[in-house]
Structures are given as C-alpha cells and as structure tokens.
Design a protein around this ligand. Structure first.
Ligand code: SAJ
Length: 416
C-alpha cells in the first residue's frame, strides 16, 4: 500500500508520519522546496509535541520520503490550506493546484481523499471536475472521499489516532475504500456518510466552538459593565451537567475557527445570522482589548506596552489569525511602542525580545495575550522591577491576581 500526501503543513505532515509509522509506504509532497529539503534532513518547519521524534523514526524505518512532486500511489490525500479571502469566501487555489498536480498519477482503482477544510459542495463542484481530467470514471474507476481532519494543534499525534473519524464518499464504494485506508492507524470509530454532510460536519464543529467562545467574550463584556467575576461565574455555571461555556480571551485565532464559520455564512448568508454575529463578536474582541489597554496607560505620553504572547493560543508556535497580532497592530497604529516576548514563536517581529526582562524594560503595562505555560512561572518580581509603571492586564486569567498585587502590580482583567 502506498499513500501520497499532498501538503505538508500542520495536518499533512503528521498524517504522513502516522501512516508510515503504521506500516504504510508514504510519499509526502509540498510545493515549498525548502520545507521538503528540511524534512528530508529530519528538520521540522513547525512546532508540535512529539512530531520531531516521530519524523526521525519514520525516516529511519525507510517508509517515508518527501519531494516537490507526487508519485504513483494507491491513495492520494489532499491536505493543503484553505484560507479565507478578503470577502470571507474560501481561497480554493491550493486545493485546485493540489488536485491538478495528482491527475497525471491517477490510475484505475486510485483513491483520492480531500482532508482540507472546504465549503459545502467543494469536492463535488471544484475538485471532481479537475480529477475528471484523468478520464477515469468517478466512483467506479476513481474513488473520491472527503475526511475532515479534527485534531487539535498541541495534541495532534494523539488525537489523529484516537478521534472518531468522519468519511464521506462520492458513493458507497469510495466511502468503504477510504474507511479501509484510515483503519491502518485510527483506533476509534470511523463513520461513513456522504461528501456534503462530511464537509458540513467539520464546519459545524468549529462554528459551534466559535459561537460558544463568542458567548464567553460577550459575557466578559457584560461582566465589565455590571461588575462580577466572569471566571468564577463561568466555572460555576459549568458545574451544571448540561452547560459548558468556553473561556473569554483576547479573540479567536488560528487558521480554522476564525475562518471556517465564514464558509457557512458565504454559502447561506441569509440563514446564517447567529454564526455571522458570533464571528463578528470574536473578530472585534482584539479592538476591545486594545481600548482597554489604552484606558490603562492612556495618561502616559509615549506609552510602552509589553505583549506576552504572539501565538494564537498556548504552547504552540502558530501565529495565523492570532488576536495578539491584531491587538499589537491596533496599538502601534495609535503610536504605542510595543515590546514582544514569546519563547514559542520564531521569526522576524519588530521589538521581539528573547527574554521577558528586556521586553518589560521601561514598560507601562504588561498584557498577557497567549496562555503559554511558561508565562505562569516567570519571575514577576524581577519583571516588575524593569517596568516604568507596573500595570498588568491578564486577558487569559493565567496568573493569580492577588499574588501579583502583593508584588506591587496594578492588576486588570475582565470584569471589575
Ligand atoms: N479560545 C478561547 N477560549 C476558549 C477556547 C479557545 O478564546 O475557551 C481561543 C484560543 O485561544 C484560540 C482560538 O480560540 O485563539 C482557537 O483555539 P482552539 O483551541 O479552540 O482551536 P484550534 O483552532 O486550535 O483547533 C480547532 C479544533 N476544533 C474544535 O475544537 C471544534 C480542532 O479540533 C480542529 O481540528 C481545528 O480547529 C481545525 O483544524 O479545524
């Protein structure tokens, strides 16, 4: 059995590695030759717990290869990004290019699985017309399915194996073929359905989370208005057996939850009213956080703010759609000086420091934007000594405000 995985990002790469680990011959493809070269040398271009070790293991066992071109294979998995365009519709150019790239390698009996998150009907109306260039009869000679990836960044290698998998085929034979393939490593249920349902299930899951977080963010604003402890209130509400409210924060980032709900909205704009409202609430949250910071340091002539966290959530290196970037941009546009500290994120960012004390030097306010574990155990007394004015705004509620006040900080959060 040979599988060709097209797109070696946060999903494609772990998928390729896990297939190889479970005895499948795998060829990984990416258009970025720097990424391909690095992977062939055992180096990663992204951070994910356990992935480096898993890559080395797979390379050593000889079942995994990488290049910029597909090869002949029994199954092809498309796992490329589907970002949103400015008008919130999906940019399907990567999916189209990936589908076109495998056409010359398709044979009678090949299976093509789209794992990328796509708006409803994309596989039927966009991918299949491209695959038809192979002249193969779809459903009889060429099997096609959609199987959305549902793993959470930070725990990908575990969830890929233990999460229930949804597989939607263009016909029953395609569904069966795809289920059979995933059985090689999935240790949970694999449930078959049709393609359009599979596409919608994925979007509905991420939208559910977006709406729930928007609810938490709205409650945080209500707490600011009325004056109560939002964190305690949510935790108490969640003791109810049928209530699970998410946590407020500086906004919703990442390439999925901040993007996918729009795919539903653009497919049915008149019907998707709650979904659009929730997305708007979350998208406006960085602006609210920036206003709050302005209120805290507004008196200062040339305010210096230290942002702890660039990644869109804790303990990962991914900054895509990160609310931190939005907050920083809004404040910079207002003339603030922003110092940044994020030990997980590499790359070129203006005023990014390698140590928290340098980032805090001369600062009028520290704002915690990402819930990285390392931010919980830093020497906040030493950090305070570097600051001009010891304001601390913890948007993620990761620090003990009472302990911070004892150190001499003026503490801010949501609510009173
Ligand atoms: N966030 C909050 N409050 C919360 C939870 C999250 O503000 O209570 C924020 C995070 O800080 C982050 C954003 O939401 O900025 C998204 O983070 P996340 O952990 O909710 O989700 P992702 O984007 O890392 O992964 C999601 C997952 N989807 C669901 O849980 C329904 C994952 O299972 C999907 O595979 C992934 O999207 C994807 O690729 O679609």
């Amino acid at each position: 059995l040979k599988v060709c995985v097209v797109g070696l990002g946060y999903i494609g790469l772990p998928t390729a590695i896990i297939f190889a680990k479970h005895g499948v011959q795998v060829h990984g493809v990416d258009v970025n030759s720097t990424v391909v070269e690095a992977l062939n040398n055992g180096e990663l271009h992204l951070e994910e717990p356990g992935l480096k070790e898993a890559l080395h293991e797979a390379l050593t066992c000889g079942r995994l290869s990488f290049s910029t071109e597909p090869t002949l294979a029994d199954a092809f998995i498309i796992s490329v990004q589907t970002p949103a365009l400015a008008d919130h519709t999906a940019d399907l150019s990567f999916v189209k290019a990936a589908a076109a790239s495998i056409v010359p390698y398709l044979m009678r009996g090949s299976l093509v699985i789209v794992e990328s998150t796509v708006p409803p009907k994309t596989v039927e109306e966009v991918v299949i017309p491209i695959l038809l260039q192979s002249k193969l009869d779809i459903g009889n000679e060429l099997y096609v399915a959609h199987s959305p990836e549902r793993v959470i960044p930070g725990n990908i290698l575990v969830e890929m194996v233990t999460n229930t998998r949804i597989v939607g085929g263009i016909n029953d034979r395609s569904t069966e073929k795809a289920i059979e393939l995933y059985r090689s490593f999935v240790r949970a249920n694999i449930i078959g359905t049709d393609i359009r349902t599979a596409e919608m299930v994925k979007l509905m899951e991420n939208t559910y989370r977006d709406i729930n977080i928007a609810y938490a963010n709205e409650l945080a604003r209500i707490a600011e208005r009325i004056g109560f402890d939002i964190w305690e209130a949510i935790s108490l509400a969640n003791t109810h057996p049928r209530v699970h409210i998410q946590q407020p924060g500086p906004g919703v980032g990442g390439h999925c939850i901040a993007v996918d709900p729009w795919f539903i909205v653009s497919s049915a704009p008149e019907q998707a009213r709650l979904i659009a409202m929730a997305r708007t609430i979350n998208a406006e949250t960085p602006m609210h956080i920036a206003h709050r910071i302005e209120g805290i340091v507004g008196e200062q002539e040339k305010p210096v703010v230290t942002a702890f966290g660039l990644a869109y959530k804790g303990n990962i290196d991914d900054t895509r759609e990160s609310p931190s970037l939005s907050v920083i941009k809004i404040l910079k546009d207002k003339g603030f000086i922003i110092n940044i500290y994020d030990p997980h994120v590499e790359g070129d960012f203006q005023n990014k420091f390698n140590c928290p004390y340098d980032a805090a030097f001369g600062s009028d306010c520290i704002v915690i934007l990402t819930d990285h574990e390392v931010f919980k155990d830093m020497n906040y007394s030493k950090i305070k000594d570097q600051m001009r004015i010891p304001n601390l705004f913890d948007t993620r509620n990761i620090l003990d405000a009472a302990a911070m006040r004892e150190l001499g900080y003026r503490c801010f959060g949501f609510g009173p």
